[in-house]
Design a protein. Structure first.
Length: 278
């Protein structure tokens, strides 16, 4: 089997069959409310990759936070569309609002005003339980510091999203997790604890975990920020391979070299979104 490091063309033998691909490893965004073989109106998999609507639509979003000195406006009427199959790098100085923008997309935070629609779901309207269910099927999150659970093996970490969301039959989860680890060249590390593998290997395991529930959207929060330049380059090429296979990827980064290689760059400054390249 080819791995994503070896081939980035979306041919049949370079991708895993249906049931091949995410979700954040943090328990806070999982849901155990999804049951196998039950239709789910929030399931994004029925959306065409070339839908006439963007996969992500942020429309005139304002976000205020309360502080001791009064409300602080972090996003100031932000609008942004991201289409299926795009690879978007989000850049900007610390405190510019880019992390808050990502939190709008993942539903971790909610807008004070404006509208957020992702994979056909209007996030403004979702209850917390519906949001968790939607997030578990729709988004795979890749963190700067990996967020692998230290007491679980690499394989168990990749299986965890499937266990929480019940999106795959129990008997299929181990094989699916192993296939994902093979795709990121980590199958030989499957039974090790995170403490026994390198930073680059942890990030590849985290990417496999993000693909566990086959989400249409991957979100990276400084995913190369804790890696050396050579390893960061390999992870970036892995991202390119995932986009070539039809995933959509939005990545926050401070790394100018990495950002410049993305097909589209969105810059956030003082709570405003500026299109830098795309």
């Amino acid at each position: 089997m080819r791995t994503l490091f070896q081939s980035f063309s979306p041919t049949k033998d370079s991708r895993i069959e249906r049931g091949s691909s995410g979700l954040d490893g943090s328990a806070r965004i999982f849901s155990d409310e999804i049951r196998p073989n039950q239709p789910d109106p929030l399931d994004p998999r029925s959306i065409s990759p070339r839908s006439i609507s963007p996969l992500v639509r942020i429309d005139n979003v304002i976000k205020d936070y309360e502080s001791g000195a009064g409300p602080v406006r972090v996003l100031r009427g932000v609008s942004l569309d991201v289409w299926s199959g795009e690879f978007v790098a989000v850049v900007g100085p610390s405190g510019s609002g880019k992390s808050t923008l990502i939190n709008m997309i993942t539903g971790i935070d909610r807008p004070s005003a404006g509208e957020v629609v992702v994979a056909g779901a209007r996030l403004n309207d979702l209850s917390e339980s519906a949001m968790a269910r939607w997030r578990g099927r729709t988004i795979g999150v890749i963190f700067q510091f990996f967020q692998l659970l230290p007491a679980l093996t690499v394989l168990e970490n990749v299986m965890l999203p499937m266990d929480f969301c019940n999106t795959w039959p129990t008997r299929e989860r181990k094989d699916r997790a192993l296939a994902l680890l093979e795709q990121v060249e980590m199958a030989d590390q499957a039974h090790k604890l995170p403490s026994a593998i390198s930073g680059g290997q942890k990030q590849r395991a985290a990417i496999a975990r993000a693909l566990a529930n086959d989400p249409p959207l991957l979100v990276g929060d400084e995913p190369t920020g804790n890696l050396d330049s050579r390893t960061a380059d390999r992870v970036f090429e892995l991202f390119n391979g995932l986009v070539a296979q039809g995933k959509t990827l939005v990545m926050v980064t401070h790394d100018r070299e990495i950002a410049q290689r993305a097909p589209r760059i969105v810059r956030v400054e003082d709570g405003h979104v500026l299109e830098a390249k795309g």
